[in-house]
Design a protein around this ligand. Structure first.
Ligand SMILES: N[C@@H](CCC(=O)N[C@@H](CS)C(=O)NCC(=O)O)C(=O)O
Length: 118
């Protein structure tokens, strides 16, 4: 079972690499303004999780720079569970004006980003 999951993960990562979506090209100032808006966002994820890949592709397609946090690492996993509420990735940590919210579900994360930054 572990081998099959590992293999599927490698296939997903390879396909994602080969068919990586194009980042939009923006004027530097526009990108900098966008980066300032996304500074409070971080994506808790696993590298080879298909739902995480889906979100990372959407992030790339939108040309957003959002920090990715590997939830496989014990400290990050603990933070996700204790502050987010459960161990499930992807999860978007949203910090605005000192307030933190945790958004689970890949489709909801993508909808949120499209609504906010499209
Ligand atoms: N419906 C969720 C599914 C997410 C999901 O199943 N994530 C798996 C990883 S692929 C997970 O977090 N499993 C918990 C674990 O690995 O402990 C979504 O679309 O985001």
């Amino acid at each position: 079972m572990f081998i099959i999951r590992w293999l599927l993960g490698r296939i997903i990562l390879t396909l994602n690499f080969i068919f990586a979506p194009k980042k939009p090209r923006r004027p530097q100032a526009e990108q900098a303004a966008l980066d300032a808006q996304t500074q409070g966002l971080s994506l808790y994820q696993y590298p080879a999780c298909p739902f995480c890949v889906k979100v990372r592709r959407a992030v790339r397609r939108q040309g957003l720079n959002i920090a990715t946090i590997d939830a496989k690492q014990a400290a990050n996993k603990d933070t996700l569970v204790s502050q987010g509420g459960k161990l499930q990735v992807p999860c978007l940590r949203i910090e605005t004006d000192g307030q933190v919210t945790w958004l689970y579900e890949s489709s909801e994360i993508i909808d949120y980003l499209e609504l906010k930054f499209a």
